[in-house]
Design a binder for this molecule. Structure first.
Ligand code: HAM
Length: 429
């Protein structure tokens, strides 16, 4: 038997009904905030992520699915390609490629699969799904303003409320500008010098190449050492401090709760200033439902001729679905009516009725049986499908042009003329 590859999984009904509920809800919310959908390819040049996300990040250093795409001819050079581990770099690439700065402020969202070669466990997969949102544009359009940060965070809070997730927690930090970061990195490097030898191999490497990434370390023995390291909050310059204060001020005034966490540096190199995560208790070890932040220099790092500050987030949709209280059974739509053709020649009559019903009311869910089924079997099939009504289509009914409609839960049965069927079935929904 051939099975799904480790770390990937099939999403099956009824669970897919929950996924659809989530996606329908977030699309509604995005519409209300004037966000528009963007779709970028699921693979890109490896260089995009190396430059965008950062060579020293766990994502780029260890987790990407990368392959060499051979050239079409002997003389053609091959190209290194990678399944996207995240969507921000791709969206910023598209923004630059299509010169979207002319459009002022852009508000994008995107829903789709991402790929990271991580050790699979509950809430962590090698193919997972993100709901991503980005606000990006020239500074003159207001892209740099703390109002955008607050808008993004308030949007997330609304989104989580709307899908029914109540007990989320917003952890907020400012990771400063490249200047602050250079000083912070220097301080970290110094602080790490005497202790790095006691840390894991990854941290020993990070201590030299990119000390900030030491904060990504998950090794329990290293945590007491990491606790003693300097914090970014002490290195913010005036501009960054003001920006952060303003973001917090707006959040307080609109009533979006948050906690400050100055150890939160996020696992991607492009972040500047605001960085955040929303966590949820039900998730266990993989407790971040979503993460995001500002990335004011990313567009330039990817070759944009114009500055394009931005801020965004990505929800781990798998984790969002795991923390829902709504059940798949509640979300799934079962048939309103099961049409049971009874006896030879009745498939045609049943098909005609099904077509009429579906056309007269697009919201009706109509399931169709088969004339070879005995009545008992039709009832069993209707039960199994969890239909609300069964509609009997036999020779007598066709002659009378009125049909036996039985409500399966109550057992109540009525004869309904063809013309009234759709309205009758829709009545008690
Ligand atoms: P990230 O924190 O790497 O950020 O991922 C965002 C979310 O994706 C995580 O909080 C988590 O819920 C989910 N996630 C990540 N890896 C996995 C996995 N292996 N299995 C299941 N879920 C996972 C980013 O990707 C940034 N691009 C977010 C962003 C957008 N920043 C600015 N704009």
């Amino acid at each position: 038997m051939i099975k799904a590859v480790r770390g990937t999984r099939d999403l099956l009904p009824p669970d897919t009904a929950l996924w659809n509920f989530v996606e329908d809800t977030v699309r509604e919310v995005f519409r209300a905030y004037n966000f528009h959908e963007i779709r970028t390819p699921i693979f890109e040049s490896t260089e995009l992520f190396a430059r965008g996300v950062g060579e020293e990040t766990d994502i780029v250093a260890k987790e990407m699915f990368t392959w060499e795409d051979r050239g079409r001819a002997e003389s053609d050079k091959g190209q290194s390609l990678t399944l996207r581990p995240e969507n921000t770099a791709g969206i910023v690439r598209a923004y630059i490629e299509h010169k979207m700065w002319d459009r002022g402020l852009n508000k994008f969202f995107s829903i789709g699969p991402m790929f990271r070669r991580e050790r699979p466990q509950k809430g962590r997969y090698r193919q997972f799904y993100q709901i991503d949102a980005e606000i990006i544009g020239p500074p003159s359009a207001g892209s740099e303003s703390p109002a955008r940060d607050a808008e993004i965070l308030e949007l997330v809070a609304t989104l989580l409320d709307r899908v029914g997730i109540k007990d989320w927690r917003l952890e907020l930090n400012s990771v400063g500008c490249p200047n602050d970061r250079a000083q912070f990195n220097e301080a970290l490097r110094k602080a790490l010098e005497p202790v790095a030898a006691k840390m894991c191999a990854d941290c020993q490497r990070r201590a030299v190449t990119n000390p900030l990434r030491v904060f990504d370390c998950k090794v329990p023995e290293d945590q007491p050492i990491i606790e003693t390291l300097p914090r970014i909050s002490h290195f913010l310059d005036e501009g960054c401090r003001k920006h952060f204060e303003e973001v917090k001020g707006i959040l307080r005034s609109i009533g979006v709760d948050f906690v400050e966490n100055d150890r939160l540096v996020r696992g991607l190199d492009y972040y500047t200033r605001t960085a955040f995560e929303f966590t949820h208790g039900a998730l266990g070890a993989q407790n971040a439902i979503l993460g995001g932040g500002r990335y004011d220099g990313l567009a330039e790092a990817l070759g944009s001729p114009q500055p394009a500050p931005g801020i965004g987030f990505a929800i781990g949709e798998d984790r969002l679905v795991l923390s829902l209280t709504k059940s798949a059974e509640e979300a799934i739509r079962t048939p309103d009516v099961y049409i049971a053709p009874l006896g030879a020649g009745m498939n045609r009559e049943a098909a005609r009725l099904a077509r009429e019903l579906r056309r007269s009311n697009k919201d009706l869910v109509v399931e169709l049986g088969d004339e070879s089924f005995r009545l008992k079997k039709s009832f069993e099939a209707a039960d199994k499908a969890k239909a609300r009504y069964i509609l009997i289509v036999g020779e007598n009914e066709v002659k009378a042009d009125a049909f036996a409609l039985k409500h399966l839960a109550s057992g109540e049965q009525v004869t309904v003329p063809r013309a009234d069927l759709a309205a009758r079935i829709a009545m008690q929904r």
